[in-house]
Design a protein around this ligand. Structure first.
Ligand SMILES: [Zn+2]
Length: 132
């Protein structure tokens, strides 16, 4: 149930921002989910609603968007995007829990090297918070 843990840290962060800016209400929160981050959006949304009850974020609109993973080859500097839909579920799962495993399954499409860095696509972050 890591969706609940993620939702809790999002709600706590949003409430801290609202408090720091003396805002009475949180109107809207935009959240980005990395493509390699496995999150059940339905559970995550439910958790956000439940955890913000009886807080200034109670009526906030939480919107979720996916951020594609970007990989960069360490050999030829080529950058490319990875879409999770194109990975097999067991590969996506393995890469999520063990990002190093990405190097076993993915290769630079230009030079074929397994030596690359994950530039983005992991994690969950708050893109913006609108306060009332
Ligand atoms: Zn390359």
């Amino acid at each position: 149930m890591h969706e609940w843990a993620l939702a809790e840290s999002v709600v706590l962060t949003v409430l801290r921002v609202a408090e720091e800016r003396n805002a009475a209400r949180v109107l809207r929160v935009r959240i980005k989910l990395g493509e390699l981050q496995q999150v059940e959006e339905e559970i995550f949304s439910t958790a956000l609603r439940e955890l913000s009850k009886n807080t200034p974020a109670e009526d906030a609109e939480f919107s979720l968007a996916r951020e594609p993973a970007v990989l960069k080859c360490n050999r030829c500097s080529h950058e490319w995007k990875v879409e999770r839909d194109k990975l097999k579920p067991e590969e996506a799962e393995l890469i999520h829990f063990l990002p190093e495993a990405a190097h076993t399954y993915l290769r630079c499409p230009r030079c074929g090297s397994p030596d690359f860095a994950i530039e983005s696509g992991r994690g969950v972050w708050i893109e913006s918070v609108e306060l009332g």
